[in-house]
Each structure stands twice: as structure tokens, then as C-alpha cells.
Ligand binder design. Structure first.
Ligand code: ADP
Ligand code: MG
Length: 612
């Protein structure tokens, strides 16, 4: 006796959407059916805990995949909880989740509805993407009667009584002509490994005459107790998820509990990947929902500055068929990401206490990590505190901002920095002379990203962060050396300004220099010479070159002499030459190219000749 029934209206509509447009990759039907089989095993496992009579049914739980190429069928068999007649009608004939009917009945077949529909758990129906008929033979654990269910996914379904010795469910797919590849064992093995490797029950592939093969590696590592996992097992898993062959520098395994539950197993590699700074590289974590693989490289789970982190996140609170588009908007995903960032930063904080150990991390990923100061507003200060920089205190060692602060002079008002390409060149920049004279430490920033974060982080722990050009207050010194006469100096400044018209915006006298006669800076608020050079190297914005300022050291004997010469008309041509040589020197000290190198060399050689 078989009973014919109609699908509920919303199921018909849902089937239509699922079959025609929900999933872009048909092979995921297998993931869905294996996931259901695994759920059924989970359920019997749980039931057996409550009802010891069921214990014999909960032993030796497994999932079998039986392809039949000749008849173009594929069976997914489990010995889990099984279904009775009511279950079949309620679970496979309606969509139980509240609000589904309303939603589906109002749904237009447009893109956004299709995305949303995934939230309602329609996994079973994905079988109809590849099959034009589905049969189910099932018996519920603890009940005698078995049931047979059959449907073509269009005209409703039929249910009849059946016989089955073991509890559990057999789902038989009659594959569409175009989908007969799903009987190919090589292909099946590959799909199962890709999507269901970490299902905690054995997934056994029937190879016909060749016997049987357990395809998955077994239980999901991240679900196990931390104390029982060896370092080697973690490393194996790291190799598997990251496709790297180094040892992870950091392994972080945690479980977040509360409103939103998820487990993370994250790794920081010990070596920098070759493409860390390539814009088209794919980053992100693997996402599992309830041990079922959902998606690779989920960028939404990691901010860009932590793009070197590898690993997985598993949350049972996300819908299984969450799509890429949904990931972008999902609030839970955003919360998980925040949680991950906090944990990573906390762990980095701990590891940062050991200088040599942390240096390994910093050398590999520091440049990318610093982008966070610019990118991650909420964690800006924390990221800055975890960042390391060169400074004039010790050119061989990196310092933290906190250590810098601990060395600050009592009267020092701010944390000072200078930017450039090379630590040693920067350390000799004439602009640092007064800082050296006063014993004020200056950070030597040599990464392009430093030009950017310094534009957004103005304070760290109540201390201003300032470019050395803004240090006026800190640099006031009583200077006792002889100084060029004011009147002479003004004449020299006027002369040089005229000579360098078009090259520099201003010539000024400065208190900042001690040993160099001249130095170059930019007008207030304009991009630094280093940033301008970076932009130029990237062929951007040459039109927006900063306006330069040539600064003269009025205490330098050469400037004093030149100032005296400025009133002597017979010295005019020498003064012209020397102005150009000094300007070139200032450019060189900044790491800039000079316009006429051979002219410069010629003049310098001539002066040298005079000295011998
Ligand atoms: P979900 O898995 O999100 O609940 P599905 O459409 O995948 O949605 O499955 C619907 C329901 O059908 C399941 O919740 C379960 O009650 C039942 N079901 C499906 N497959 C099986 C199975 N192999 N064994 C027992 N019950 C199953
Ligand atoms: Mg399911």
C-alpha cells in the first residue's frame, strides 16, 4: 500500500529555486547528504546516551557511499537515527524552520531571495540537482516498521511500508544522464576528501569488486581536546590547511563560548609567503559549519593585515549552506572575525615578551601587520604596541613604542620619527643632528606603510607622534657658538632663494643643524620627501611634488663665510656655484638624485684642488 502526498507549497517553490539556482557547484549535494548522514549518526549517539536500549544501534556508526555505474545510481547509506513516517512527512515534505513558508511564498526568483533561502536548511533537496528520482529506505532506531519514500522532486512523494533490518537510512539517487560522473569512484573520493574529510565518522567508498575504502582521515582535529593533540598532529594539520611546509610559528586552538559558539585552529607560519604583498593573492580561513567544510579562503574571517594567518574556523551557529555573498553580510561572521582578531592580538602580546622569538614573526610579517594601524581603527593602539621599529637608540635592534617611551627625556614632548629607505642612511640625516645633540631618540621608519599609518595615528598612550620637522619645542637649545650676522645671513638667504627659484619654495635659517651646513625639508603639511619618492617610484602623482625648504645652519663656519661673502659683488659667481653644490648635498643627504651629477663632481673636484 503506498500513499501519495503533495509537497507543501513552499517546498515546491523551494525545490524550484534550489534545483535551478541556489548552488553553483552541483557536487555539494554529496556534502549535504553526508552531512545529514553524519547528523543522523550524531543523533543516535546522543539518543543512546539517554536510552540505553538503543546502545546496540549506536555502535560502529559509519557512512557508506555506493556508486553503481551500470545503473547510474548512487547510494548514501548511514546507520544513524533513521526516520519514521511522520519524520519523512515532516522533515522531507515540509520545511520546518519557522518563517520559511512566509518567506518562500513572498520570494521572487531574484538574486537576493536566492541568497537568503540558503539560511533555511534545504540541504536534502539539493539531491534533485543531480537526480531525477530519489528513493529513501529508512527505519527509525527503536521502532520495528521501516519506510520507503520516493519522489521525482516535482509531483510530490509516495510513502509505503517496507522492511529493513538495521536502523538508519539509505538514500538512492537515480542520476540524471548528464550527472553520471557521480558514479566514478576517483571523482567521488576527491569530492569526499575535499568537503567531508573531517566528518568524524568513517566514510566508506564501495569500490565494487575492489572492495571498500575509508576515504576520510577521521575525526576533526579541532574538535578534540587540546591536551590530547600532539605538536606533530597540529603541524600535520597546518601543512594540510596551509599547503606550507614550514613549521608554524604560532598555533592557536581555542573555543569561543557564549551567544555565538565557534572553534578556531589558527596558525602563523614561520616564513613569509612569496606573494604577501601581491594584491591578487587569496587569503582567509577555511570555514566549517559543524565540521562540514563550507568554504576555502573566507576573507571575511580575517582583516587584511592578518592575511598571513592560516587555519580553520568551525561554528555550528552559521547556516550550512551559507553562500559567499551571505558571508559578506552575515553579522555572526563579523563577530567571529572580531573574536579571532582579539585572540590573535592577545597571543602576539604574550609572544612579544621574548625578543628573539618575536623577531622571527616580525621579520616575516611585520610590514603587513603594521597595515593594521592604518586599517583597524578599533585595535589601532594595540597593533601599534605590538609593532617594532628601528630607532636611533640602537641601529641593530628593534624597539617597541613602550620601550621608546621608557627612554624619553623628562622634558620630551613627543615620540619622533623620520621616514626613509634605509636605517643607516636615515641615521645620518642632518635633520637628526639637534636630536642627537639633545639625546632625543628618533624612530627610523623604513617601510612604505610607515608613511601611511603615521598619517592616522597621532598619539600613542597620551604621547604625540610627530615627524621630526614638527619638533620645534623640544629642540630649543642655548647655543654659544659664533653665529652668522643677521644682516649677512638675510642677504645670503635672499641670494640663494633667487638662485634656487623653481627648485625650493623657501630658504630659511634653522636651529636644528649642528654639523651639517644645510639640509632639506618640506613646507608644513606637505608629503615628506620619502613619500614623494615612493609615489614617484610607483609612477603616481609626480604632479603633486612637495615644495622643498632649504635650511641653513647659521652656526656652521661655511655658512658664516658665505653670509659675509653675500655683500661682496666680486664673490657672486663663486657664491652661485656654491649654492648649487650645497643644494645638491642636501638632496644627496635625503637619498634624492641630483640633477647634474657631473657638474657637481666637477665643482667639488675643483674645490678639492684648492685644498691641496
Ligand atoms: P537540515 O540538515 O539543515 O535539517 P536537510 O534538508 O538537509 O536540512 O534535512 C532535513 C531533515 O531531514 C533533517 O533535519 C533530518 O531530520 C532529516 N534527514 C535528512 N537526511 C536524514 C538521514 N540520513 N537520517 C535521518 N534523518 C535525515
Ligand atoms: Mg542537512
Amino acid at each position: 500500500m503506498s500513499e501519495k502526498m503533495e509537497f507543501k507549497a513552499e517546498v515546491n517553490k523551494m525545490l524550484d529555486i534550489v534545483i535551478n539556482s541556489l548552488y553553483s557547484e552541483k557536487q555539494i549535494f554529496l556534502r549535504e547528504l553526508i552531512s545529514n548522514a553524519s547528523d543522523a549518526c550524531d543523533k543516535i549517539k546522543y539518543m543512546a546516551l539517554i536510552n540505553p536500549d538503543l546502545a546496540k544501534d549506536a555502535a560502529d556508526l559509519k557512512i557508506k557511499i555506493v556508486p553503481d555505474a551500470e545503473n547510474k545510481t548512487l547510494k548514501i547509506i548511514d546507520n544513524g537515527i533513521g526516520m519514521n513516517k511522520d519524520d519523512l512527512i515532516n522533515h522531507l515534505g515540509t520545511i520546518a524552520k519557522s518563517g520559511t513558508a512566509d518567506f518562500v511564498n513572498n520570494a521572487k526568483d531574484n538574486g537576493s531571495s536566492v541568497d537568503l533561502i540558503g539560511q533555511f536548511g534545504v540541504g536534502f533537496y539539493s539531491a534533485f540537482m543531480v537526480a531525477d528520482k530519489v528513493e529513501i529506505l529508512t527505519r527509525k532506531a527503536g521502532e520495528e516498521q521501516a519506510w520507503f519514500w520516493v519522489s521525482d522532486g516535482i509531483g510530490g512523494f509516495e510513502i509505503s511500508e517496507a522492511k529493513k533490518t538495521e536502523s538508519g537510512t539509505e538514500i538512492k539517487l537515480f542520476l540524471k544522464e548528464a550527472e553520471k560522473d557521480f558514479t566514478d569512484t576517483v571523482y567521488l573520493r576527491q569530492i569526499i576528501r575535499l568537503y567531508s574529510d573531517h566528518i568524524s565518522y568513517p566514510i566508506i567508498l564501495d569500490l565494487g569488486k575492489a572492495g571498500e575504502e575509508t576515504v576520510n582521515t577521521g575525526s576533526a582535529l579541532w574538535t578534540r581536546n587540546k591536551a590530547e593533540i600532539t605538536k606533530e598532529q597540529y603541524n600535520e594539520f597546518y601543512h594540510h590547511v596551509s599547503k606550507n611546509f614550514d613549521e608554524p610559528w604560532m598555533t592557536l586552538h581555542f573555543k569561543a563560548e557564549g551567544n555565538l559558539e565557534y572553534t578556531g585552529l589558527l596558525f602563523v607560519p614561520s616564513t613569509q609567503p612569496y606573494d604577501l604583498f601581491q594584491p591578487d593573492r587569496k587569503n582567509g580561513l577555511k570555514l566549517y559549519v559543524n565540521k562540514v567544510f563550507i568554504s576555502d579562503k573566507v576573507e571575511e574571517l580575517l582583516p587584511n593585515y592578518l592575511r598571513f594567518v592560516k587555519g580553520i574556523v568551525d561554528s555550528s551557529d552559521l547556516p550550512l549552506n551559507i553562500s559567499r555573498e551571505m558571508l559578506q553580510q552575515n553579522l555572526m561572521v563579523a563577530k567571529i572575525r572580531n573574536g579571532i582578531v582579539n585572540r590573535l592580538l592577545k597571543e602576539l602580546k604574550k609572544r612579544s615578551a621574548d625578543y628573539d622569538d618575536y623577531l622571527k614573526f616580525w621579520t616575516a610579517f611585520g610590514t603587513a601587520f603594521k597595515e593594521g594601524i592604518y586599517e583597524d581603527f578599533a585595535n589601532r593602539e594595540e597593533i601599534a604596541s605590538l609593532s617594532r621599529f628601528y630607532s636611533t637608540d640602537n641601529l641593530e635592534k628593534l624597539t617597541s613604542l613602550d620601550d621608546y617611551i621608557s627612554r624619553m627625556k623628562p622634558e620630551q614632548k613627543a615620540i619622533y620619527y623620520i621616514t626613509g629607505d634605509d636605517v643607516k642612511v636615515l641615521a645620518n640625516n642632518p635633520q637628526l643632528e639637534a636630536f642627537k645633540a639633545k639625546g632625543i631618540e628618533v624612530l627610523l621608519l623604513i617601510d612604505p606603510i610607515d608613511e601611511f599609518w603615521t598619517q592616522v595615528l597621532f598619539k600613542y598612550k597620551d604621547k604625540d607622534i610627530k615627524h621630526i620637522s614638527q619638533a620645534a619645542d623640544d629642540l630649543k637649545v642655548e647655543r654659544k657658538e659664533t653665529k652668522a650676522k643677521e644682516e649677512d645671513l638675510n642677504k645670503l638667504i635672499a641670494f640663494m632663494a633667487k638662485e634656487l627659484e623653481g627648485e625650493v619654495a623657501k630658504v630659511i635659517s634653522t636651529e636644528k643643524l649642528t654639523t651639517s651646513p644645510v639640509s632639506l625639508s618640506v613646507l608644513d603639511g606637505q608629503m615628506s620627501i620619502h613619500l614623494e619618492r615612493l609615489m614617484r617610484n610607483h609612477q603616481q602623482q609626480t604632479a603633486f611634488a612637495s615644495q622643498k625648504v632649504l635650511e641653513l645652519n647659521p652656526y656652521h663656519p661655511l655658512i658664516i663665510k658665505l653670509a659675509e661673502a653675500a655683500s661682496d659683488p666680486t664673490k657672486e659667481s663663486t657664491l652661485k656655484d656654491m649654492t648649487m653644490v650645497l643644494y645638491d648635498q642636501a638632496l644627496i643627504a635625503e637619498g634624492e638624485a641630483i640633477k647634474n651629477p657631473s657638474g657637481y663632481a666637477e665643482k667639488v673636484s675643483a674645490y678639492m684642488l684648492n685644498c691641496i
